[in-house]
Ligand binder design. Structure first.
Ligand code: AMP
Length: 397
């Protein structure tokens, strides 16, 4: 058996895959089938001989995975010759039942199916990916890696909402947290960069992508995180509102006549940066802001203010902070977000070095001054590698 894992991330109309060497993180090939179920789909495969793109109808996820397997055959590397260790699946919601990655069997599929009401957009697509991969790779171990699992270490005071206790006991209303594979990967990388044992490192991780979340990681374990029952709570995101007064939905239903579905859709798809400035792509938002667009300026300020509030809150939760880390599209690339979110926090021991922060580098790097008590890092996230090594860990256990 090799250390290669085929990582699959199935969305409702897309299937992303990556062939990862689990010990080194090297991605030998990757690809994406998108617009599944639409008249014209697209398949992109990146292999040893570069990129190949085809446009054609992709009726379902099984067709998408067959296209991927075909591309491995024609453009390499051949899966047959590789002796894969496992297929690793990203699964968004594992509820309270999964605090670690797990081997997929019929019982696990049934449990993830029961969790569909908690993640109605994501879990069905993840299950579809699992179903077709089990069919097309019947002899390989398949492992589920949950977005929620890393945050199962939250203590009760962090995961409990102050609502009637029966809501928790009868309906599972609590904080679960998401982006767990990214928070796990980035906090481990940070300990490595600090040359410290993860078990002795306290980190605030800021995952700022299309979706955004913060976490407080004490000794390698997540103790607080900003997303909640669903990925809507917390930081301002591309199209999601993040935190708001919980009375707002009822107010809008009563006074404006909006339905629960209208509000759900607005808060998930038409809020955040898009709601305030009409633009959810951060690069576009920065361009608008630079041209003097007032709404883009306000959206940027609200976005950074929310990050700053969470940094302060998580600082208090952790008591001692070794590092603040930025990751994902915006966190890795926007020096201005990093500076605006953390400026003036010298009394907390957080001192950004402006030259380091503004350097147009791409790898993991320290952007705080040498004498900053709290180190500030940019660490590119690598969820595929984390899924691959977790999958290999399960197979070898
Ligand atoms: P992700 O979900 O991690 O892929 O992040 C997507 C977000 O990162 C989008 O809002 C992008 O506009 C943003 N992003 C990507 N590259 C850059 C960049 N160079 N500068 C600012 N934002 C970026």
């Amino acid at each position: 058996m090799s250390d290669h894992v085929l990582v699959i991330n199935a969305g409702s109309s897309s299937l992303k895959y990556s062939l990862v060497e689990a010990r080194t993180g090297e991605a030998a090939a990757s690809g994406l089938a998108e617009r599944i179920g639409e008249r014209q789909g697209r398949h992109l495969h990146r292999g040893p001989d570069g990129e190949t793109e085809t446009t054609r109808s992709i009726p379902g996820h099984e067709d998408a995975l067959r296209l991927a397997i075909g591309a491995f055959e024609s453009h390499g590397p051949s899966l047959d010759g590789l002796d894969l260790a496992a297929v690793g699946h990203r699964v968004v919601h594992g509820g309270s039942r999964f605090s670690a990655s797990a081997l997929i069997d019929d019982a696990l599929v049934a449990e993830v199916t029961e969790l569909v009401p908690l993640a109605p957009l994501h879990n069905p697509a993840n299950l579809e990916g699992i179903r077709v991969a089990r069919r097309l790779f019947p002899n390989l171990p398949q492992v589920a890696v949950f977005d929620t699992a890393f945050h199962q270490s939250l203590p009760p005071q962090a995961y409990t909402y102050a609502v009637p206790l029966a809501w928790l006991e009868d309906h599972g209303i609590r904080r679960y947290g998401f982006h767990g594979t990214s928070h796990a990967f980035v906090s481990q990388e940070t300990a490595r960069l600090l040359e410290r044992d993860p078990a002795e490192t306290n980190t605030i991780v800021l995952h700022l992508g299309n979706g955004c979340s913060a976490s407080a990681v004490r000794g390698g374990r997540s103790v607080e995180t900003s997303m909640g029952l669903t990925p809507l709570e917390g930081l301002v995101m591309g199209t999601r509102s993040g935190d708001l007064d919980p009375a707002i939905p009822a107010y809008l239903m009563r006074e404006v006549g909006l339905s629960a579905e209208d509000i759900d859709l607005a808060l998930n798809s038409a809020s955040g940066l898009k709601g305030l400035a009409g633009e959810n792509d951060f690069r576009e938002l920065e361009r608008l802001r630079a041209s003097g667009d007032e709404h883009a300026g306000l959206a940027f300020d609200v976005y950074c203010h929310r990050i700053r509030k969470y940094v302060g809150a998580y600082y208090a939760v952790l008591e001692t902070v070794d590092a603040v880390v930025f990751t994902a599209g915006v966190g890795e690339h926007s020096a201005e977000v990093r500076a605006t979110s953390l400026n003036g926090l010298e009394r907390l021991g957080i001192c950004i070095d402006n030259d380091r922060n503004n350097e147009p580098a791409t790898g993991a790097r320290r952007i705080s001054t040498d004498d900053s008590e709290v180190a500030v890092f940019v660490v590119p996230t690598n969820e595929e590698w984390q899924i691959a090594r977790e999958a290999l860990g399960v197979v070898l256990a």
